[in-house]
Design a protein around this ligand. Structure first.
Ligand code: ZN
Length: 81
């Protein structure tokens, strides 16, 4: 199953590039070199601004900034706050 390494690497590289708006060539090349280790890049990028934690103004629980509905109390959140 040695061929899975570059295939998974390229797939993850492409995923990372499209998800975070990075250069697809660079990410695919990085995926080829790092293989599944590119998964680590996904986790390192989880602290990007879109996922920065915010607090629900209704229940006070931590939620991600992209959330439109609070997963804790179900309140509908207005975007852009
Ligand atoms: Zn809430």
């Amino acid at each position: 199953m040695w061929w899975l390494w570059p295939v998974v690497g390229v797939a993850i590289g492409y995923l990372v590039a499209s998800r975070f708006g990075l250069s697809i060539q660079k990410c695919v090349a990085g995926g080829l070199l790092l293989g599944p280790l590119m998964v680590a890049v996904l986790f390192l990028h989880t602290d990007s601004p879109a996922r920065e934690p915010v607090t629900c103004s209704y229940c006070g629980q931590g939620i991600i900034k992209l959330a439109r509905v609070c997963p804790h109390c179900g309140a509908i959140l207005v975007s852009g706050w």
